[in-house]
Design a protein around this ligand. Sequence first.
Ligand SMILES: C[S@@+](CC[C@H](N)C(=O)[O-])C[C@H]1O[C@@H](n2cnc3c(N)ncnc32)[C@H](O)[C@@H]1O
Length: 244
Amino acid sequence: MKQNIYDLDIFFSGYFNLRKNESGLNLVLEEPAMDSLLPDLQGIDVLDAGCGFGKQCRFFSESGVNSVTGIDISEKMIGFAQENNSAKNITYLQTALEDAVFPRESFDLVVSSLAFHYVEAYDRLVDDIFNWLKPGGRLIFSVEHPIATAKPEQQWIIDEAGQKMYWPIDQYSIEGPRSTKWFVDDVIKYHRTIQTYVNTLIDQGFRLIRILEPVPSDEFIIGRPDLEQFLRRPAFLLISVQKR
Ligand SMILES: C[S@@+](CC[C@H](N)C(=O)[O-])C[C@H]1O[C@@H](n2cnc3c(N)ncnc32)[C@H](O)[C@@H]1O
């Protein structure tokens, strides 16, 4: 099932405000980790799968790539991207990842930040991306960490004083949809184990380059003590692979 939750007004404005003040986890954890995995961008063709507001597309556009294609299921996201993050070498398309069609060997690099956990058929998506990549091309993506997606209620167990005691793991090996509350009820994310994320790529013919589970630096924790919790449980999983 494809869910276009970002087009719900209340969800979109909640997510917009979260990203606008840039104090969210994306800026401090996910984006630096993603940047650290990027290859040389000069002259290459890039696909951003689940591009959201188009911030990353703009970054690529200004970093010497030949072309960037940003796709997203959300009309509001693509509308924002077109209005605020356009450039001559960027093409935005409103489409679900599951429905996207590109000629074989179209891209040198496919990136995707925090969108794959919304896709049910991960193996089909991996197959599609493998075909869209040129030989030697890379897929680099991030997802919410499986430790976070395993249990539908994504929250710490706290003691009577409100202190975080532990992060509960449950149903880890039972893959499939999880209905969670994030701005609204019934946001559907698909939980998969780390072995599924990685082995599906290897079985497809990708070579594993790097796995990251980013943590905040000590200096960040001094300024933002709330981030210390991500030394106790990871927020994101990033994987970089190369088409053989
Ligand atoms: C957490 S946001 C991340 C946006 C962007 N990649 C970023 O890092 O700023 C997830 C994005 O994935 C998009 N998305 C969710 N399910 C999708 C699907 N099935 N196909 C394409 N895009 C999808 C959402 O509309 C949203 O823009």
